[in-house]
Write a protein that binds this ligand. Structure first.
Ligand code: NDP
Length: 285
């Protein structure tokens, strides 16, 4: 039985953050990221804390705006427009989910596409899908870096992506396509998921369903990126893949936690630096 490599997202993220730190230290001023947090969702507070800590460690200045959940959608959009107009702010994130009375799509659309470091507004997604340079969503960027750490040349590989959200599944598919992979995008209506997944040299799973992918879904030697984050009844965090079951079948797999999650944060910081380099230094990042 071949040993399955565990792809260490924490270590790769650390390496990227160290490179960013060195780059930021050479800049004439610190890049600045605005974080907009609406309400008091505990999970969002934890995510924001991680992002802020990581940003500050690489020398990125963070401005946190904690706004009351009673704010109207229009007031939030006005607030974001002020951040768009502020030359001191290079990148903006609005932590999702927003309170139920707000339309996330409209709010995300109000972020200046050149400051949209989550890469989620339609202009940036449009650029991704038309092959033009723009800001790319962080989790998909993280998935690509993890895949390339194991398979540097992706040309001609068969990739299956389970999930088709705009946040993860669709952009990952597009990025793999750009790297000359042949892709299949699976979703909840896919018939015979097992046979579809079994064709994959690269299997990216972003469904949010614990244990969806078992040993019998995996081709021998496949590389698996498990994006899922699920909390079990006993409070543990698990991915979408039966991590133990696929050992010895997969060539490599990302753990949960410690795989895609840390890379998402590293790629967010990388997007802030990219914006800064383009805007403030007038260079191509
Ligand atoms: P969504 O709920 O938006 O999308 C889930 C996708 O999975 C949908 O396309 C859905 O299909 C598909 N799906 C659901 N059930 C099945 C099934 N039984 N068989 C095949 N496909 C299925 O989730 P997100 O894309 O936002 O996130 C996916 C997971 O990744 C979540 O667990 C989330 O927490 C995690 N995540 C992790 C991040 C990280 O940094 N590590 C960042 C972002 C997300 P359909 O379209 O037909 O409904």
């Amino acid at each position: 039985m071949t040993k399955t490599k565990i792809i260490d997202g924490k270590a790769l993220s650390q390496k990227i953050r160290e490179e960013l730190k060195a780059k930021v230290a050479s800049f004439p001023s610190a890049p600045c990221m605005a974080v907009v947090l609406v309400g008091d969702n505990p999970a969002s507070q934890i995510y924001v804390h991680h992002k802020m800590k990581a940003a500050e460690e690489v020398g990125i200045q963070v401005k946190l705006f904690s706004l009351a959940p009673v704010l109207t959608e229009d007031a939030l959009i006005d607030f974001i427009r002020n951040l768009n107009a502020d030359d001191n702010i290079d990148g903006i994130i609005v932590q999702l989910p927003l309170p139920k009375h707000m339309d996330s799509y409209r709010v995300v659309e109000s972020i200046d596409p050149d400051k949209d470091i989550d890469g989620l507004c339609s202009q940036n997604l449009g650029k991704l899908f038309t092959g033009r340079p723009g800001l790319v969503p962080c989790t998909p960027l993280g998935c690509m870096a993890l895949i390339k750490s194991v398979i540097p040349k992706l040309d001609g590989k068969r990739a299956v992506i389970v999930g088709r959200s705009c946040l993860v599944g669709k952009p990952v598919g597009q990025l793999l396509l750009e790297e000359q992979c042949t892709i299949t995008q699976a979703h909840s209506h896919t018939k015979d998921l097992e046979s579809v997944c079994k064709e994959a040299d690269i299997l990216v799973v972003a469904a949010g369903k614990p244990n969806l992918i078992q040993k019998n879904h995996v081709k021998k030697g496949a590389v698996i990126i498990d994006v899922g984050i699920n909390r079990t009844e006993d409070g543990h965090i698990v991915g979408d893949v039966d991590f133990i079951g696929v050992q010895g079948v997969a060539r490599a797999i990302t753990p949960v936690p410690g795989g895609v999650g840390p890379m998402t944060v590293a790629m967010l910081l990388s997007n802030v630096v990219k914006v800064y380099v383009q805007k403030k230094l007038g260079q191509k990042a």
